[in-house]
Ligand binder design. Structure first.
Ligand SMILES: [Zn+2]
Length: 318
């Protein structure tokens, strides 16, 4: 395996402001990767924490990168253009929370169904954690700095990690100024809530159908606290429309502009074989402005780009 050590970025300053203390949020029960009708699930944050602590963890064998060679050809990260409509947040908030980018030369594996531990899966590594139908977070992964999206001036109390707020706020302001105001239908989703949701869809559809439309517990990017399903402000949930990305001003605007604010559409149209999920024009994951610019300019689906930056991925045997 060939590894290349790439650009160094400074560590992020993570803001406090935890939601701990029993605040109750409406965690939407919609699984990732589906156009199915949503069922809202009321989950008490304190109860969630208890369930997270007591849930049986997935048993994994972790592979650890041991060798890294110096750079051969450093990849240039293009700085994102600063939006002119709002003041830029502190530079530290725009940087991936990593000391380095590392690339691997393993080919992108096909989408399978397994439970392999995501590499780079500490909470500080949120920008590079690769999750799909194979790679997952454990039940113990629960961000401790969740805040309601309303902190970004958005009419939603869906939880997101606190450091997302400045860029989310700038994006919401720019979208509104462009006549495409946005809101959030679904933010953080706990491991426990994913379990409940997946069981629900297995009961409704059967396991085979649920597998291709719903994230199994630990496999949803929503568990990171940095992925969110957007909707038009005052509009219906986006999966109720045939193509929210084309039928709403908010969807069109986000599709063109979200990357400038650090958000990448995880599951673009026609890329299911590489993204592992069907087209979801509403699902964006925050990776920070610099990394989003790099992903955007690479032309790669986010899963591909992240795969290239996993230090030593364990590839499950077919
Ligand atoms: Zn989503």
């Amino acid at each position: 395996m060939r590894l290349r050590l790439l650009v160094g970025l400074s560590a992020i300053a993570i803001v406090g402001n935890s939601i701990a203390g029993g605040s109750s949020y409406s965690l939407q029960g919609r699984p990732a990767g589906t156009d199915l009708t949503e069922e809202g699930l009321q989950v008490d944050a304190a109860a969630q924490a208890t369930q997270l602590a007591t849930a049986a963890p997935i048993t994994f064998e972790m592979s650890v990168a041991t060798t890294v060679t110096p750079p051969e050809t450093p990849r240039q990260l293009n700085a994102a253009p600063a939006p002119s409509s709002a003041a830029a947040p502190p530079a530290s908030l725009n940087l991936a929370p990593l000391g380095m980018f590392i690339t691997n030369a393993e080919p992108l594996p096909p989408c399978g169904y397994a439970d392999v531990p995501a590499q780079l899966s500490s909470q500080k590594q949120w920008a590079l954690t690769m999750m799909d139908t194979t790679y997952a977070l454990t039940a113990a992964y629960a961000p401790t700095d969740l805040v309601p999206a309303s902190n970004a001036g958005i009419r939603s109390r869906e939880p997101v990690r606190s450091f997302v707020i400045p860029d989310l706020k700038r994006m919401a302001q720019a979208a509104a100024a462009a006549g495409a105001p946005i809101s959030i239908a679904s933010g953080y989703r706990s491991f426990h809530n994913q379990s409940v949701t997946f069981r629900h869809w297995v009961n409704v559809q059967g396991r085979a159908a649920a597998l291709i439309s719903s994230a199994r517990p630990g496999h949803s990017e929503h568990q990171l606290g940095t992925a969110m399903d957007f909707k038009a402000r005052g509009g219906t949930d986006p999966w109720n429309l045939k193509d929210w990305g084309k039928q709403t001003a908010a969807g069109v605007w986000l599709g063109v502009n979200a990357w400038k604010y650090g958000f990448i559409m995880s599951y673009p149209r026609g890329m299911t074989a590489k993204s592992c999920y069907e087209y979801e024009p509403w699902h964006f994951r925050y990776v920070g402005v610099a990394e989003a610019a790099a992903v955007h300019s690479s032309g790669l689906v986010l899963r591909q780009w992240l795969w290239e930056h996993q230090p030593n991925p364990e590839v499950p045997s077919p």
